[in-house]
Design a protein around this ligand. Structure first.
Ligand code: KMT
Ligand code: NI
Length: 180
């Protein structure tokens, strides 16, 4: 499964570095599921013809799809874009990303507002729920090819933190089971 860990937030290191705590504190898929983060491992070589992907898309209504290459050479205003991606935000809808090549980090906030770093690699399909605070960065490989999925006409609008009054945020908090 995907590797995920609590981040060391005290060091002002490069955002592309893993930033493990010392000692390392790994995060289980079950804990991610409690936060509403879902995950599948698929065959990235077969994405155009994959019955499993097709089923997920049908079950969840993901009729929109596009592909995105993210690296310094291919993205206009690369620095600005990456800065925006790494600014903590929410969306009114799920964020669905399928990694086809390369790798990258999604950071999500847990129930206690700690950062969890999720390392996605080729074959990882991840769904972040609407209303979860998150951010994104490339790792030191500096390259990722992502499939973006969406229900209907895509809306990519990022609402930067704080968003405690946003309906998607309120709904997310309401559904979060906080007892441990
Ligand atoms: C977003 O909302 O686009 C992100 O969180 C960045 C990851 S996908 C390029
Ligand atoms: Ni986002």
């Amino acid at each position: 499964h995907m590797q995920a860990w609590f981040m060391d937030e005290t060091s002002g290191e490069d955002q592309r570095l893993p930033r493990h705590c010392y000692p390392k504190e790994l995060v289980s898929p079950d804990y991610l599921a409690e936060l509403g983060v879902l995950y599948w491992r698929l065959n990235p070589e077969n994405y155009e013809n994959d019955a499993e992907l097709k089923k997920i898309r049908e079950d969840r209504g993901y009729n929109y799809m596009d592909l995105l290459d993210i690296c310094p050479e291919k993205v206009a205003d690369f620095k600005e874009k990456l800065k925006n991606f790494y600014t903590e935000h929410i969306h009114a809808d799920e964020e669905i990303r399928y990694c086809l090549e390369g790798s990258a980090y999604f950071d999500v906030r847990d129930k206690d507002d700690r950062w969890i770093r999720i390392w996605i690699k080729a074959g990882d399909l991840i769904i972040l729920p609407a209303g979860i605070y998150h951010r994104f960065t490339l790792d030191t490989g500096d390259y990722v090819k992502l499939m973006r999925l969406f229900v209907g006409e895509p809306v990519w609008t990022a609402h930067n933190r704080p968003q405690e009054d946003h309906p998607a945020r309120k709904e997310y908090i309401k559904n979060l089971v906080t007892e441990k």
